[in-house]
Design a protein around this ligand. Structure first.
Ligand SMILES: [Zn+2]
Ligand SMILES: [Zn+2]
Length: 331
């Protein structure tokens, strides 16, 4: 905060509130160029205004998205790191960043296996916030409220509620920041109210695809080693999907129209179903998820090859061919 400026005009106070000095030597407050009631302390108003915009811990809603700034303001914690201790609010904020983090934080049913702190070498339970979450020999709880966020999209933090440690930490092998194998600690956490976290299936698929892409950079030998080390029982996570109530009439019509021949490659279906009908799949040229209609003009019958081709490549030339084929049936 600065005082008055001798040469007149104004001096910055806080948040666009200025003291404006007029030529007759008197001063008044202005907020964004508008004269302000000087009987009210503008600094106080600016602070109140800022506080009003802030998210507080009790306002956080499970499943809602927040910015990193919201988190820092609510918890008064550091803007960085996966485990953020705030002494001011006696909280520990945990962030599972599925976009950026090298850690393999994952849910199995209601339990989140959260990777501890330490980017290089074997992790230690005595290191930094690992010992806030788990104090050896003194039970599992350390008297600090633990709040959990997940990041599925860059800079978007989804609140997953208050969590607590429900079992002793376990060790597993994960890559460190340089790509070398090392031992990490996983902290089994559950929501305090024991509710099940649910996220959209497409987010889970996105995380999985990212991990596959990352893993594919390893050698065949290294992948074989890791595949034999990893658990053969897959983890489970509740997910939501959107399912469309499609018209059975449209599907029946399109299959009849195709008459056993793929409408893209114009080859007969690759095999017959057990009941003898040719196997073709109905595809929406403009996908339902993108607002496409479930109509006979927008639906085509494809062989499994061409169907995957459409979803994988989505070439304009293919789209044009299918659109003109399906439109012909309107004539
Ligand atoms: Zn085909
Ligand atoms: Zn399709």
């Amino acid at each position: 905060m600065e005082g008055h400026k001798k040469d007149g005009s104004y001096a910055y106070i806080r948040q666009q509130i200025y003291i404006v000095q007029t030529p007759d030597g008197k001063a008044h407050y202005e907020w964004s160029g508008i004269p302000y009631d000087a009987t009210i302390n503008p600094e106080e108003i600016a602070i109140q205004d800022e506080l009003k915009r802030r998210v507080s811990i009790k306002d956080l809603k499970i499943g809602s998205n927040y910015s990193n700034n919201d988190i820092c303001n609510a918890f008064l914690c550091s803007p960085q790191g996966g485990m953020r201790r705030s002494h001011k609010t006696n909280t520990l904020v945990l962030v599972a960043n599925h976009v950026k983090s090298i850690f393999d934080d994952r849910w199995d049913g209601d339990i989140m296996y959260y990777t501890g702190m330490g980017l290089r070498d074997d992790q230690s339970l005595n290191f930094m916030q690992n010992k806030t979450l788990y104090v050896r020999g003194s039970g599992r709880t350390t008297g600090v409220d633990v709040h959990f966020f997940e990041v599925f999209d860059e800079a978007v933090y989804t609140y997953q509620g208050q969590v607590e440690l429900v079992d002793d930490p376990i060790q597993e092998i994960q890559d460190d920041v340089d790509g070398n194998s090392r031992k990490v600690w996983l902290f089994p956490l559950m929501r305090k109210d024991r509710s099940t976290p649910v996220i959209p299936k497409k987010e889970i698929d996105k995380i999985f695809d990212k991990k596959v892409k990352k893993a594919s950079k390893l050698s065949l030998e290294e992948l074989k080693k890791r595949a034999s080390n990893s658990s053969s029982k897959p983890g489970k996570r509740a997910a939501t999907t959107t399912s469309y109530q499609r018209s059975p009439v449209v599907k029946a019509y399109v299959l009849k129209r195709a008459n056993g021949v793929c409408e893209l490659c114009e080859q007969p279906a690759p095999f017959n179903k057990k009941n003898g009908e040719p196997y073709l799949e109905v595809h929406h040229v403009k996908q339902l998820a993108d607002g496409g209609d479930d109509t006979i003009e927008n639906a085509v019958a494809l062989c499994p090859n061409c169907h995957r081709r459409m979803h994988s490549l989505g070439l304009e030339s293919d789209i044009n061919k299918l659109t003109s084929t399906s439109k012909m049936t309107l004539l």
